[in-house]
Design a protein around this ligand. Structure first.
Ligand SMILES: *Cc1c(COP(=O)(O)O)cnc(C)c1O
Length: 399
C-alpha cells in the first residue's frame, strides 16, 4: 500500500471530522518522520505539542515496554504501585500539593471545572447551580460539550446545542471586561496563558499577573489550561512562570504522556483538591500503571535534557531567523520558546504554504486560515533547526 491507499482508507471508513494535510506518517524518531515511500520530513507540529520529548524517546519507550510487561491496568478500585510515584513526581515538578490523573486534555479541563464549581459551593458559599465561570474569546479547551460551551469558534459549536450554562465569555487581554462580569457567584476564571489554537497569541506582559490579582481580590479561582503550553514548550516549565502568575488549578495533558499515550491531570493545592471525596469524580484509565510509568519518564526527560532551556534558546534563533525572510505575505513571527507562528496577511491561504513545505520536507499545519504554527519536538538539535529554517526560507520566498 502507498500513501494514496492509506488516505483512501481513512476517507472511506472514517468520519470526516478532520481535514489533514495529505501526508501519511509511518515512521518517526526524534524530530523527524517518514512517509511510506521513505521521504523524510521535519515534524513541526509535534502532535500539537504532545511529543515535546521527541518521537520514540528511548527512555520513555523503555518505561512503556518495561511496565507493559509487568502490569498495565488496575482501575482505581484498587491501588497500584506506580501511580503514587507519578503523582509525587508531578507535584514536585509543578510545585503543587496534589494531582488528580485523567487521560485526555479535555478531561483535565472538565476536572478543573468540576473542582471549581464544587469549591464555589463548599468553600466560597455559592448556591449550587448558580456557579459562574469566566472564559475568554478564541479559547480552545477541547471538544466535550462543556469545552465547546466555552468556545466561540463556529466550527467547534455549530448545531451541538443546547450548550452548558454558567460560562461568561469576555475578550482576551481585557482585564476591565473580566472585572465587569465578576459577581458573587463567580467561582473561576479559565484561560490559556498563550492561546495555541487561536494562532499562538501571546498576551501583553503583565496580563497573567493582572488576572491573578483580579482572582485573588474577588476570591475566584484562577485556572490555567497549560495542556499545550506546558512541559517546556514555551521556554519555561509552564508558561505562567514567565510572569510568576501561579494559578490555583493547572490543567495538563499532551506532553505529559511523552508522545506515547494519553495522560492528563490537574494539579492544585489541598485547599481546593479536598473538594473531591470518594465517588465524586473518576476515570477507569486515569492513573493506570502504564500511564504512570510513562509520565514519570516523560517528566524525567524534560529535566535530564533541560528542555526548558533548549526551548528558550532555540526559540530565539527561530524567531530571529524567520523574521529575516523576505516574504511578501508574511506579517510577523510570534511566540515564546518553541511555540511559534507565522502570521500572514488577512485572507492569505496558508494551506498552500503547508503543502509547499511538505513537498520541501517539513510538516506544519495552518490554523485560522492565515496562520501557521511551528512547534518542533524540543529535542531538535540546533543543526536540525537551522536546516528546517532553511527549508522554511526557501519556501516562503515564493509567497
Ligand atoms: C489540545 C488541547 C486541549 C484538549 O486536549 P485533548 O487531549 O485533545 O482532549 C485542551 N486545551 C488546550 C489548550 C489544548 O491545546
Amino acid at each position: 500500500m502507498n500513501s494514496k491507499d492509506y488516505i483512501n482508507l481513512d476517507e472511506t471508513y472514517g468520519a470526516h471530522n478532520y481535514h489533514p494535510l495529505p501526508v501519511v506518517i509511518s515512521w518517526a524518531l526524534g524530530a523527524k518522520v517518514k512517509d511510506p515511500e521513505g521521504k523524510e520530513y521535519f515534524d513541526f507540529l509535534s502532535a500539537y505539542s504532545a511529543v515535546n520529548q521527541g518521537h520514540r524517546h528511548p527512555k520513555i519507550i523503555k518505561a512503556l515496554v518495561d511496565q507493559a510487561n509487568i502490569c498495565t491496568l488496575t482501575s482505581r478500585a484498587f491501588h497500584n504501585d506506580r501511580m503514587g510515584a507519578f503523582l509525587k513526581k508531578l507535584c514536585e515538578y509543578t510545585g503543587f500539593e496534589n494531582a488528580l490523573p485523567m487521560n485526555t486534555g479535555v478531561e483535565a479541563v472538565e476536572t478543573a471545572i468540576k473542582a471549581a464549581r464544587r469549591w464555589g459551593v463548599e468553600v466560597k458559599g455559592v448556591q449550587n447551580g448558580k456557579q459562574e465561570i469566566v472564559c475568554v474569546e478564541e479559547n480552545f479547551h477541547g471538544r466535550t460539550l462543556v469545552a465547546i460551551s466555552m468556545s466561540n469558534d463556529p466550527d467547534s459549536r455549530v448545531n451541538y446545542g443546547p450548550y452548558a450554562p454558567g460560562f461568561i465569555r469576555v475578550p482576551y487581554e481585557n482585564i476591565a471586561a473580566m472585572e465587569k462580569v465578576i459577581t458573587p457567584n463567580t467561582v473561576a476564571i479559565i484561560l490559556e496563558p498563550i492561546q495555541g489554537e487561536a494562532g499562538v497569541c501571546v498576551p501583553y506582559a503583565g496580563y497573567l499577573n493582572a488576572v491573578r490579582e483580579l482572582c485573588t481580590k474577588n476570591n475566584v479561582l484562577m485556572i490555567l489550561d497549560e495542556v499545550q503550553t506546558g512541559f517546556c514548550r514555551t521556554g519555561k516549565k509552564f508558561a505562567w512562570m514567565h510572569e510568576g502568575a501561579r494559578p490555583d488549578i493547572m490543567c495538563l495533558g499532551k506532553a505529559l504522556g511523552g508522545g506515547v499515550m494519553p495522560v492528563s491531570a490537574i494539579v492544585a493545592d489541598h485547599a481546593i483538591m479536598k473538594v473531591f471525596t470518594p465517588g465524586t469524580h473518576g476515570s477507569t484509565f486515569g492513573g493506570n500503571p502504564l500511564s504512570s510509568a510513562v509520565a514519570i519518564a516523560a517528566i524525567e526527560v524534560l529535566e535530564d535534557e533541560k528542555l526548558d532551556e533548549r526551548s528558550e534558546a532555540l526559540g530565539k534563533i527561530f524567531r530571529d531567523e524567520v523574521a529575516k525572510i523576505a516574504c511578501e505575505n508574511m506579517v510577523k513571527v510570534r511566540g515564546k520558546g518553541l511555540l511559534n507562528a507565522i502570521l500572514f496577511k488577512e485572507g492569505f491561504e496558508a494551506w498552500k504554504v503547508c503543502l509547499a513545505l511538505r513537498d520541501a520536507g517539513l510538516l506544519a499545519k495552518q490554523t485560522h486560515g492565515n496562520i501557521i504554527r511551528f512547534a518542533p519536538p524540543l529535542v531538535i538539535s540546533e543543526q536540525e533547526l537551522k536546516e528546517a529554517i532553511a527549508i522554511i526560507a526557501k519556501v516562503l520566498k515564493n509567497y
